[in-house]
Design a binder for this molecule. Structure first.
Ligand SMILES: CSCCC(=O)C(=O)COP(=O)(O)O
Ligand SMILES: [Mg+2]
Length: 237
């Protein structure tokens, strides 16, 4: 007899296109980083974090002036660790002076609060750096919701389209693959996570124009994902 799968114990969430609109990342965050990058790098040239990211940029693109390389990566939307680290530093300044306020989809905070109250572990896996992830969740319309999350994984565990990254993060967190539900809008990320044994669901946000794949369960928002995977709904915990 086949038994019904139990509800996931851990929900691992992508950000762009899953919890935050793509337009917030591409039309607000990325242009802010592009506008202020050169100035922030100049002002913080003695900061060891800036120096480390610039050294890594030079290592990855020898012979290219680092600022030029960073601009190339920004044009390509490259998911590269030193760019992501520096974008995070630029955004930190923007959030601090009130020029940036995070925009999340309206279902996100109420749903995460309900899962948190039900004892479900919540974690982030985004190409944005860990500090950038904490900034987004630290500056929502509902205030600082970072305490809802136990872990913030970024490119240090590897790229999101590689199965090995999911194996690494499972190891680091001590989670069993089948206990974890990964939510993302990008099917290549779901492929990689599924290959590592995680349960997966594609979040297909109408506003983002995400195209639904055919291989995995599809949900229009976190409320639908909850219902598909036996997780509590808003206000049910
Ligand atoms: C941490 S918010 C900025 C997100 C970002 O820089 C990015 O490249 C989007 O990555 P994601 O993995 O969340 O799709
Ligand atoms: Mg995404």
């Amino acid at each position: 007899m086949k038994t019904a799968a139990s509800a996931p114990r851990v929900v691992l969430l992508d950000i762009e296109g899953t919890t935050a609109p793509i337009s917030f990342v591409h039309d607000v965050l990325f242009p802010y980083a592009r506008t202020h990058m050169a100035r922030v790098l100049e002002e913080r040239k003695d900061d060891p974090a800036v120096q480390a990211a610039l050294a890594e940029t030079e290592k990855l693109a020898p012979g290219v002036p680092p600022l030029e390389q960073l601009e190339r990566w920004m044009n390509e939307d490259a998911k590269v660790a030193p760019l992501k680290a520096l974008q995070g530093l630029v955004w930190a300044e923007g959030y601090k002076r009130g020029a940036l306020v995070a925009r999340l989809y309206p279902d996100v905070v109420p749903m995460l609060e309900s899962w948190y109250r039900a004892g479900i572990e919540l974690a982030v896996y985004s190409s944005g750096s860990e500090p950038a992830q904490k900034l987004i969740y630290g500056h929502t319309a509902q205030g600082d919701v970072t305490p809802l999350f136990t872990r913030f994984f970024d490119l240090r565990v590897g790229g999101k389209k590689e199965a090995a990254s999911y194996v690494s993060l499972l190891q680091e967190a001590g989670w069993k693959a089948s206990d974890v539900l990964f939510l993302s809008d990008v099917t290549a990320e779901l492929d990689a996570a599924a290959q590592a044994g995680l349960r997966v669901c594609q979040i297909v946000r109408h506003e983002d124009g995400t195209v639904a794949g055919t291989e995995y369960p599809v949900a229009g928002n976190l409320i639908e994902a909850a219902s598909l995977f036996g997780l509590p709904g808003i206000g049910q915990a």
